[in-house]
Design a protein around this ligand. Structure first.
Ligand code: MOS
Length: 765
């Protein structure tokens, strides 16, 4: 089935925040943010700004009626600066004016005097100074200390992975509208309507029932709107609270890039030990997460780094420790993969280091250590593994040996172009790692004309979750999908929702919808059973007709619905779903946190231009474990998008903060994201269909985050291509591998060790 939004998307009719018709009297907000990363506010001057045309009001910390606190996991994040600024871009004042232009002009007239304090941007320095968001955590299995002695080979090293800008096409934004009796309705571009509701209530000191949050859809989230949409929604609500007028704030791209957090950069150390058969016996890793200035979701992100530290490999002896380090950058936040990719990069780097030192193909080590069913993860859960199935299928289907030969031949024939290849097996756990968040609700109404309206906690962000939820209802009722409407996500209809995140949205909300539809279906069937004087079990609904013992009756869906209504039987259901069997004991760091895992293998090939350092990805060939996909088109879309986003993170997207904590890559002119020309020439996706039971909706496994992990292979393919040109290069494990870094790696040792002294000289030869 096609994505139900495709028609309005194509015609430009889909409604995002900026498409909501405005109410007469709407005001526009703009935020004055800190130009300094760390310091104490000495004075704030707003009088000149107040005199600017159209300015209605300027709010500061003094105007907050409740708590000046938006921190979800740890209460360490102010909405508006109290005394100290903690990052460049931290909101200091909220200005409201008659037009957007007036607001942005006036904001420039605000000035602030800040006594600067020392700025930390490096997580390792933060850790040394004891600046930790939460105490460190360690995941352990076996005994690494004892295992080193049994290892034939031991390698150590360090890695860096940089952050990533979410670059949702729709920037952050919100529109708050006053209702009667002090209620504020907030249209928010958020992944988490309940987070917005809860935080607005806290800041305004009013009950949650006074805040209605409504989200039709959002123009991309990628994690960036799981927590950080809240700031702007609460800003608008604060102004509406005081002025009793509608207030809108839709961030400009540069405001968004400057003021919001990104994927967490990590600095990490590893030590890996292998036996003579190249089985990984022991693995130790230490992760320094750059959390930024406040906790935001960092503790949860850090936890997922630990969960995925061994990726899709079984390692009997593991010790992994993670530090969430407080620096003076904007608070970093959720980003597709949620810390998992950062953890997986490190073990892939360790394997690459071992392979390079032993002069073997990394794939040999990867393949020998893939998880098998029954293998235990360092956190205690036993794998139900498709790792070998995906790997073997990819090797066979895409003829790896032939691919390798083509690359060898190409590299022999070409002096200044080299190709590289890498395999990237993935394993990603599905569920919120915070067990309590794994719950969802669905409200299903069947109307008397047979049409159906559904509300859930799921936020449509382009991932197609609404289409999947619609499919659930259409399948259970066996009716035309055109009869079903998925409503906006609204906190008055569905309460206490978890954000749409962790790849789990379709599973959780789809299963709640399944339960609700089944409850209504049972009542409908009972009415038919009574009418046709038979057992409930004899009744079946097929393609909008009632069947009794396989025989078509004269009753269709509409007639059955009306008959049920006439009997005064409910045609509505509100259902609750939570996956059973998941648990985690934080005191032992053991449990069964994931409903299931998603597996896959990608083969990635790249060609580099050894004179310029530029490169093109030739192909990404994937075998992906979809379980039993309920919508292949949507799932392919998620895979392709995830792969390109992952490659972008590993290759061209380079966030640069200077030592003073200023974002130097604050626009799309300085921050390069993948465009259509940087998409691999070929992306092949093979569906590994498995018949095994799992906890996914209709056994169709979650697909949001896992494909991003294939992008890690891009880094290692590039590395292998560089090695084909310059085998001696000791390339640091430092992602992203930008063309500049590729170029430097190509000539790294050569420039020092050989007769070639400059790139110019190479070009002349
Ligand atoms: Mo997503 S990174 O779990 O919001």
């Amino acid at each position: 089935m096609k994505n139900i939004d495709s028609y309005t998307h194509l015609r430009g009719e889909s409604v995002y925040l900026d498409d909501i018709p405005l109410i007469n009297g709407t005001l526009y907000a703009a935020v004055f943010d800190s130009p300094v990363a760390h310091g104490k506010i000495i004075s704030l001057e707003t009088r000149d700004a107040m005199k600017m045309p159209g300015v209605v009001s300027i709010f500061t910390v003094k105007d907050i009626p409740g708590e000046n606190q938006i921190g979800g996991i740890v209460p360490d994040e102010e909405l508006l600066v109290g005394e100290h600024v903690h990052f460049c871009g931290m909101p200091i004042a909220l200005l409201v004016a008659e037009t957007e232009e007036m607001a942005r002009l006036a904001i420039k007239k605000i000035s602030v005097e800040i006594e600067p304090l020392p700025v930390i941007t490096d997580p390792r320095i933060a850790k040394e100074k004891g600046e930790l968001i939460i105490p460190p955590r360690t995941f352990k299995i076996g005994d690494t200390t004892a295992a080193w002695a049994q290892c034939e080979y031991v390698f150590e090293g360090s890695t860096e992975t940089n952050g990533q800008e979410h670059l949702y096409i729709e920037t952050q934004g919100a529109y708050a509208v006053p209702q009667e009796n002090g209620v504020i309705k907030i249209y928010s571009s958020t992944q988490g309507p309940t987070v917005v509701q809860r935080t607005a209530a806290r800041v305004l000191n009013i009950p949650m029932h006074q805040i209605e949050v409504d989200t039709t859809r959002i123009g991309g989230g990628f994690g960036g709107k799981e927590d950080q949409a809240t700031t702007w929604a609460v800003m608008c609500a604060l102004a509406t609270y005081h002025l009793k007028r509608p207030v809108k704030y839709s961030l400009q791209r540069m405001e968004d890039m400057r003021m919001t957090g990104k994927r967490h950069p990590y600095s990490s150390d590893f030590k890996i030990g292998l036996d003579k058969d190249l089985k990984i016996l022991a693995y130790e890793a230490t992760f320094y997460q750059n959390a930024g200035a406040a906790a935001d979701l960092s503790p949860a992100v850090m936890e997922r780094t630990l969960f995925h530290c061994t990726s899709s490999y079984f390692v009997p002896n593991v010790k992994a420790t993670a530090y969430s380090c407080r620096t003076h950058l904007p608070p970093n936040t959720a980003f597709r993969g949620f810390g998992g990719p950062q953890g997986m990069f490190v073990i892939e780097a360790a394997i690459a280091k071992a392979a390079e030192a032993l002069s073997i193909d990394a794939a040999v080590i990867q393949q020998k250590n893939l998880l098998h069913t029954g293998d235990e993860f360092p956190y205690g859960q036993k794998a139900v593994s498709e790792a070998n199935e995906c790997w073997n299928k990819a090797v066979e289907l895409y003829d790896l040996e032939k691919l390798k030969k083509e690359i060898r031949d190409f590299n022999e024939a070409n002096k200044f172009y080299k190709k590289g290849l890498a395999l990237m097996p993935i394993c990603f756990g599905i569920s919120f790692t915070k067990t309590l968040m794994n719950q969802a609700r669905s409200l299903v109404h069947v109307y008397t004309d047979g049409s159906v309206g559904i509300s859930t906690g799921a936020v449509e962000m382009g991932q197609g979750v609404n289409t999947k939820i619609l499919q659930v209802a259409a399948t259970i009722f066996s009716i035309d999908p055109a009869k079903i409407k998925i409503n906006t996500t609204n906190t008055y209809r569905i309460a206490n929702t978890s954000p749409s995140a962790a790849s789990a949205t379709a599973d959780l909300n789809g299963k709640a919808t399944e339960i609700a539809c089944n409850a209504i279906l049972t009542r409908l069937k009972q009415v038919a059973a009574d009418e046709f004087k038979t057992e409930l079990s004899s009744v079946e609904l097929k393609e909008e007709w009632v069947y009794i013992n396989g025989e078509k009756t004269g009753w269709d869906w509409k007639k059955l619905v009306m008959a049920t209504f006439v009997k005064r039987i409910s045609l509505s259901e509100h259902a609750h779903y939570t996956p059973a069997h998941i648990h985690f004991d934080l005191t032992k760091e053991k449990g069964h946190p994931f409903a299931y895992h998603v597996y896959g293998t990608a083969i990635i090939t790249v060609t580099i231009d050894c004179l310029r350092g530029i490169y093109e990805f030739d192909s990404v060939k994937v075998v992906h474990d979809f379980g039993n996909s309920m919508n292949m088109m949507i799932d392919i879309g998620q895979c392709e998008g995830g792969i390109v986003q992952g490659i972008g993170w590993m290759t061209m997207e380079e966030i640069v903060y200077d030592k003073e904590g200023n974002l130097r890559t604050n626009a799309l002119s300085t921050y390069k994201v993948p465009d259509i020309y940087s998409v691999p020439k070929e992306i092949a996706i093979h569906f590994l269909e498995t018949q095994k039971d799992n906890l996914a909706i209709f056994r169709s496994k979650a697909v949001g985050e896992p494909p991003l992990l294939y992008g890690l292979g891009a880094y290692f393919a590039l590395r292998n291509a560089v090695k084909a040109f310059n085998p001696a290069a000791a390339i640091p494990f430092d992602a992203p591998m930008t063309p500049e870094k590729v170029l430097m790696s190509l000539y790294l040792q050569r420039l020092k060790d050989s007769s070639i002294n400059s790139i110019k000289e190479v070009m002349e030869k």
